[in-house]
Design a protein around this ligand. Structure first.
Ligand code: NDP
Length: 334
């Protein structure tokens, strides 16, 4: 079986020297263990941080060792009472095609007839991130204006719909016309602006005549410069991510958030968060998200690349905006 390892730490955008595949043995399960076949691999922006040596809220990947992250697998052999052959599970696992793990280290997934991949997107870490960032920090209210950057991505696509369902007017910032059409026509966003078309400040001002009450920040960097001047008094800013800075080279200065003056003027509350801060409330959010996803009230898109060897391309595509919705890699059929 193939395993994907970190060959070299990238300086800037990861390239062909960053990743390597190697062949490893498929082990036999012992008592209490299961043999899993990988179905879907999640590629996520935060993995870029783990490719650098810098200590952060998650430990760096080790050079010469496998990358790891969210994986959905099927049990193909079980020596545990907890899981049966055929069960679908989610785990945080090394990137390889098969795993032998203790049954209690993965979680059984019931996706109510939806594709198992949903457990890595709308009903996985990105869905929970959108839920807590928007509902617990953004707290959108009826008739308020909510702006979401990275609006057509895994987190953004759910965050915007939740704000809409709370009665807000929702505007998405995206990097292509195709994404603008997706969020307005499929997801019900009220308007979309494409930052790649330039003059974002003018575009956003036009789309937000009543100012901005909630800004869900997914991208960082200078996109926020168009947002800050429009903040209304007591606006809220869930600061979820800053993907525009993840590939900066070591000697490049992060332009950072030039936001202070506008925060003071608007008395807006800006709060960084990690989805893990809400771990004790996942059981509250999950049934709400599951009900909305099953009933179709929450829509979502997935961009799926085929084959284990496409993981590096799928990951790099996150930084050039190739994905609509959750980017996944399909490794095998159920
Ligand atoms: P996405 O599915 O949104 O994929 C990344 C998208 O970001 C791309 O499709 C692209 O869309 C956009 N993008 C890439 N580079 C830039 C850039 N330089 N400037 C502006 N936009 C860019 O990823 P996720 O939904 O998984 O993650 C979104 C953000 O949320 C990330 O910053 C991530 O780190 C963060 N996050 C934080 C969590 C937390 O606990 N705080 C948990 C999960 C995610 P486009 O074509 O529109 O440019």
């Amino acid at each position: 079986q193939k395993q994907l390892i970190l060959k070299e730490r990238p300086n800037g955008i990861p390239d062909k020297d960053t990743f390597a595949f190697r062949e490893v043995e498929i082990e036999e399960p012992s008592e209490e263990e299961v043999l899993l076949k990988t179905l879907y691999v999640s590629v996520d922006p935060y993995m870029r941080g783990r490719m650098s040596a810098a200590e952060s809220y998650v430990a760096p990947f080790q050079v010469g060792e496998p990358l790891s992250g969210g994986i959905v697998s099927q049990v193909i052999e079980s020596k545990s009472d907890q899981l049966s052959k055929g069960d679908i599970v989610r785990g945080n696992l090394p990137f390889q095609e098969y795993h032998v793990v203790k049954a209690n280290t993965v979680h059984k997934v019931d996706t109510n007839g939806l594709s198992p991949s949903v457990a890595l997107g709308a009903l996985g870490m990105p869905g929970l991130t959108a839920y807590f960032g928007m509902m617990h920090i953004g707290e959108p209210k009826e008739n308020e204006t909510v702006v979401v950057s990275g609006a057509a991505g895994a987190v953004g696509q759910i965050a915007g719909q939740l704000a809409k369902q709370a009665g807000a007017r929702v505007i998405g910032i995206v990097g292509s016309d195709e994404k603008a059409t997706y969020i307005t026509e499929e997801l019900g966003y009220d308007a979309a602006v494409n930052y790649k078309k330039g003059q974002l400040d003018q575009q956003l001002k036009q789309a937000c005549p009543n100012g901005i009450d909630v800004y869900f920040e997914n991208v960082g960097g200078d996109i926020g410069d168009a947002v800050w001047p429009l903040l209304n008094t007591f606006a809220r800013i869930p600061v979820c991510g800053a993907i525009s800075s993840y590939n900066l080279k070591e000697d490049e200065q992060d332009i950072g958030l030039r936001v202070q003056w506008f925060l003071i003027k608007s008395r807006a509350k800006m709060q960084g968060f990690l989805v893990g801060d809400f771990a004790d409330k996942f059981s509250e959010a999950y049934p709400i998200l599951a009900e909305k996803v099953s009933s179709g009230e929450l829509k979502f898109e997935e961009t799926i690349k085929e084959g284990f060897s496409s993981i590096p391309d799928a990951f790099n595509g996150l930084f050039s905006g190739e994905n609509i919705g959750k980017q996944l890699v399909k490794v095998a059929d159920v």
